[in-house]
Design a protein around this ligand. Structure first.
Ligand SMILES: [Zn+2]
Length: 489
């Protein structure tokens, strides 16, 4: 017996030593993916750049379901024509679907494929009830405390204006691009993106082979993850799918609430929603997330590096860590959020039916169809009808773009040049962008907004006190300026 125990002990020790060896070797072989670049001097911006952004913010190009204010879009259109005279003179400009704009800056070498930079001109509304809570009025475009304030300073007027600033600077310097540069600005990204759809169809009609597409999306985030010191420039290589489901439960009879039956429509539907809450979609580190870890892992402290380098062993642990925070949870799984519930007409009448809306954000690797099947399986109640709301937005997750492309290398290089302290990592966009309307062009598509923010700033998107620091606006302009040049090398 004693000999057996001794042998068992020896075996266990050996196994542990071997395991530790493997873990360490994997961590040591986990090399940084960050490319080395030489720092660039800051190019001087054109006079009045902040005022031009301010002026654009003051024009309330709001996207509302009830319709858009055409006069505001008309004014923005005229403003862009007069504010960027060189771009107006040298670039071909086409208006599509009403107020969307496509600029074409012809390249000198027509053997090179064009690049396509996307932004949008519309902004989300400000609820009347919240307008008073803003530090400065949402359409003031006020320059105060080293910031430009107002709707569109983060999402996404500043991108459109910043791109035009960059083009204007290049033109002023007598620069002409080797390859054609397209700037495409949708006017209803916050609604259905009909502008983007028209632009995509127009480009397809021209038979354009696009080298790469860059749209808004992720950004440079400070304190992105515990254990990771440098800011991370997250480049979206895919975006989640979207669908809303209607869950309907209809019973044979309602009845009087003074002698209610054991079960009710409201109670049973609630039970189904509770099951969905308690059994979320399975999480996984695959595809986009796998690449994300390959890029950030080597930049982390020793302990995290060992864990991330050995995901064959630690994946379940990492998924659990990510699941604890709603922001990272959304990266590892499809999410199902109940957003509306509707039943009943009077306080003393039992309703015969109850209805709920559940909003799905579907991760790459799954589809609308597979997500619906999962919801049905979890609810496990044949009486509840589960339908996709087809009248609303529905989209499968985007394809995952490779990082082994000219486009990614250019974006990566430009980020490292313009945000020298940041590391680059591919990641997943959990919201939606206009870029999904360009899928038919089959171009490598990246989603990155060149500004650096803290986690706390993320609530300003579509929220209160949207503002951009002057420093960030300078960075954004210089990024696009350099990106165009790098794309032409
Ligand atoms: Zn946007």
């Amino acid at each position: 017996m004693r000999r057996f125990l001794r042998r068992l002990f020896r075996w266990t020790t050996t196994a542990l030593v071997v395991l530790l060896g493997i873990l360490t070797i994997n961590a040591i072989r986990f090399h940084s993916r960050q490319i080395a670049v030489s720092p660039l001097p800051d190019v001087p911006l054109a006079e009045g750049a902040f005022d031009r952004l301010s002026e654009a913010v003051q024009i309330p190009t709001v996207s509302r379901r009830s319709g858009i204010d055409s006069s505001a879009f008309q004014r923005l259109d005229s403003f862009l024509m007069s504010a960027f005279p060189l771009a107006q003179r040298e670039l071909e400009r086409t208006r599509l679907a009403g107020y969307s704009l496509l600029y074409r800056w012809p390249g000198r070498n027509n053997k090179l494929n064009p690049i396509l930079l996307l932004a949008h001109l519309d902004v989300v509304p400000v609820e009347t009830s919240s307008a008073a809570q803003w530090t400065h009025p949402p359409f003031s475009g006020l320059l105060a405390d080293d910031h430009v304030w107002g709707r569109g300073t983060l999402d996404d007027k500043m991108s459109a204006l910043g791109m035009l600033e960059a083009v204007e600077m290049l033109l002023r310097d007598g620069y002409y691009p080797e390859r054609t540069v397209y700037l495409a600005f949708g006017h209803d990204e916050e609604l259905d993106g009909t502008g983007a759809q028209s632009i995509a169809a127009h480009l397809q009609g021209r038979g354009e082979q696009i080298e790469y597409i860059l749209d808004e999306g992720l950004l440079v985030l400070e304190n992105a993850l515990p254990g990771l010191d440098p800011p991370v420039a997250l480049v979206g290589i895919a975006e989640k799918g979207y669908a809303s489901l209607k869950l309907t439960l209809e019973l044979q009879e309602g009845g009087h609430s003074m002698m209610p039956p054991e079960r009710s429509a409201i109670g049973d539907l609630s039970e189904a929603l509770l099951r969905l809450q308690e059994q979320p979609f399975p999480g996984a580190l695959e595809g986009v997330l796998d690449q994300f870890f390959d890029y950030i892992g080597p930049e982390m402290g020793l302990f995290s590096r060992i864990a991330i380098a050995n995901r064959w062993l630690t994946a379940p642990l990492l998924v659990r860590r990510f699941s604890d925070d709603p922001a990272t949870n959304a990266l590892v799984r499809t999410t199902a959020a109940p957003t509306m519930i509707d039943a009943g007409v009077a306080d003393n009448v039992l309703p015969v039916s109850a209805e709920a809306t559940v909003n799905l954000r579907i991760r790459p690797g799954e589809t609308v169809e597979s997500a619906v099947a999962y919801v049905k399986q979890i609810i496990d109640d044949d009486r509840i009808r589960v339908e996709v709301i087809r009248s609303g937005a529905v989209s499968d997750p985007s394809p995952v773009t490779s990082t082994e492309t000219f486009g990614f290398r250019v974006v990566e290089k430009t980020i490292r040049e313009r945000f020298p302290t940041a590391i680059v990592a591919p990641s997943l966009v959990i919201g939606r962008t206009d870029s999904r309307h360009y899928e038919a062009l089959q171009a490598p598509t990246y989603r990155f907004t060149p500004i650096q923010v803290q986690r706390a700033d993320l609530s300003r998107f579509h929220g209160l006190d949207e503002r951009i620091s002057l420093e960030n606006y300078r960075r954004l302009i210089r990024f696009y300026h350099q990106l165009i040049k790098n794309s032409c090398k």
